[in-house]
Ligand binder design. Structure first.
Ligand code: HEM
Length: 497
């Protein structure tokens, strides 16, 4: 009770003193504005921002929260004051799922995070590492094309969401764990649930005195999931250790193999900040979980939305097939080396990631000190939600047709989706921007190009393009709510292999 009284009092005091918080809707006692989020918070906050402006202040439970909804405002938070907002809040999910924030994505800013990030960027996510796995992508895509070809020959409709989900899961698990997931353990289902629960608003994070009651049952679910995942990772690390003993001189390939080779060694021996060690298996398990969580759902969500838009806009699908025909020709499949020449594909992917950003609030940040932005006071320990979904619908930035899927808007434009241009930041920006961008983007482009090149696609049962369901499922990521079904017809001249 004292805690509730204190937080309510201190929140109202903040309004009273001369430091002006950004505008925002009135907050109720105790819950603040939590009741205004609804099932699709990115959409509801988009509507509220239209009324209160691009830097809006809310109180979620006891947590002061700032919602950023324009590219100019995002630049202030992610570039001008990048360091102030380079931390992540301590949340219940990371305590359970990241072994007490021992990974990267949910770890507070500091020397541990800096070292882990540098190390992962250098040893796991570098350009040469991404390239190294090209044969894995090729083999997995070939086998997917073969299976869709069979379905096409039988006149069947395929569940594209499921097929693409499986493909990404296979590619990423070979890259990260060094093995196929065909071993009876449904890691994908657990990761999907973990990512979803990490994104939805957990009362225990906003009203911590209620945490022991676990009113939404999240803690129970996190504990159960983390136990199952931990057991699985232990087995994988054991196997890697045995293999490492057998082949000491073998080059290290998958992520676990690289990490196991660093066990008990400092991550950056030549660096002043080398306090971080992969001292025990917890570091390895936390990093693996981050990598899997960050890669399974993101790439498949982008591909799912891009296919949905292509099916809703046959003109764009045909345009993309024409480009593929010119650059690749119908006598062979797409190779990774073709991708650089596919400029329309690039526009299609940009447009899809603009309208359907995979992480609608990026991964929430937390301010490390008090700061004033555009005359507004942003208190230390505020939670920052950058609403990229809302930014894509800003008519001042994207003109009257902001809500329409028009890849041609990028003709002659230099907008880069990797972070420098704040109107399009599906991978975030600044110190906390996505370190897996290269791997993610390459995978997304390759899969879309291959499937559009090899097959004609139609909506099933005479469904019209404007009848396709486009509902979203909100979590840390924003995939389609329902599976996408489509009917393929093989279109390459030869056997395509
Ligand atoms: C198309 C696929 C992907 C998309 C759209 C995406 C998007 C994002 C976004 C929006 C963030 C938050 C950035 C911020 O707060 O500014 C992020 C962070 C992160 N991503 Fe990705 N990502 C993708 C693929 C990947 C892959 C394949 C990996 C690794 C295998 C990865 C690893 C990470 C990690 C570790 C972080 C946390 C970084 C940190 O906190 O320092 N991502 N990603």
């Amino acid at each position: 009770v004292i805690h509730v009284f204190r937080t309510t009092l201190s929140a109202s005091n903040r309004h009273k003193n001369d430091r002006k918080l950004p505008p925002g809707p009135c907050a109720l006692p105790i819950i603040g504005n939590l009741h205004m989020l609804g099932k699709l918070p990115h959409q509801n906050l988009h509507h509220l921002a239209k009324r209160y402006g691009p830097i809006m202040s809310l109180r979620l439970g006891y947590v002061p929260t700032i919602v950023v909804s324009s590219p100019q405002a995002a630049e202030q938070f992610l570039k001008t004051h990048d360091l102030v907002f380079a931390s992540r809040p301590k949340v219940q999910s990371s305590q359970y799922m990241s072994y007490g924030a021992k990974g990267m994505a949910f770890t507070q800013y500091g020397s541990y995070w800096r070292t882990v990030r540098k190390w992962c960027t250098l040893h796991l996510l570098s350009a040469s590492k991404v390239e190294y796995f090209a044969p894995v992508r090729k083999a997995e895509l070939r086998s997917l094309v073969e299976s869709i070809k069979k379905a096409a020959a039988a006149g069947e409709t395929v569940d594209l969401s499921r097929k693409v989900g499986k493909l990404i899961e296979e590619i990423m698990s070979k890259v990260i764990l060094g093995r196929s997931l065909d071993d009876g353990f449904d890691l994908k289902l657990l990761i999907e649930e973990a990512v979803h629960l990490t994104g939805v608003f957990n009362l225990s994070d906003y009203l911590p005195y209620l945490a022991p009651l676990d009113l939404q049952g999240f803690a129970r679910r996190f504990k159960k999931m983390s136990k199952a995942i931990d057991k699985y990772f232990e087995k994988i690390i054991d196997e890697h250790e045995q293999e490492a003993n057998l082949n000491e001189r073998k080059p290290h390939r998958d992520f676990v193999e690289v990490m196991v080779s660093f066990l008990n060694k400092p991550m950056n021996p030549y660096d002043d900040e080398g306090q971080a060690y992969i001292t025990d298996r917890k570091n390895i398990k936390a990093i693996i979980l981050d990598m899997i969580g960050a890669s399974f759902d993101t790439a498949s969500a982008v591909i799912g939305w891009t296919f949905s838009e292509l099916l809703r806009h046959p003109r764009v699908m045909v345009g993309l097939q024409q480009e593929l025909e010119t650059v690749v020709g119908r006598n062979r499949m797409v190779e990774e080396s073709d991708l650089l020449k596919l400029t329309y594909l690039d526009m299609v992917v940009k447009e899809s990631m603009r309208l359907h950003p995979v992480a609608p609030f990026l991964i929430p940040r937390e301010s490390m000190e008090d700061v004033t932005i555009d005359g507004y006071f942003i208190p230390k320990k505020s939670r920052i939600l950058v609403n990229t979904w809302s930014m894509a619908r800003d008519q001042n930035v994207w003109s009257d047709n902001a809500e329409e899927f028009v890849p041609e808007r990028f003709i002659g434009s230099k907008i880069d989706l990797r972070g420098p241009d704040f109107q399009l930041i599906p991978f975030g920006s600044g110190r906390r921007g996505c370190p897996g961008l290269q791997l993610g983007l390459l995978t997304v482009r390759l899969v879309i190009a291959q499937l559009v090149h090899c097959f004609h696609w139609e909506l099933p049962d005479g469904m019209l393009p404007n009848e396709l369901d486009m509902s979203e499922k909100f979590g840390l990521t924003l995939p389609r709510a329902n599976s996408l079904f489509a009917k393929p017809a093989y279109r390459l001249f030869d056997k395509g292999m």
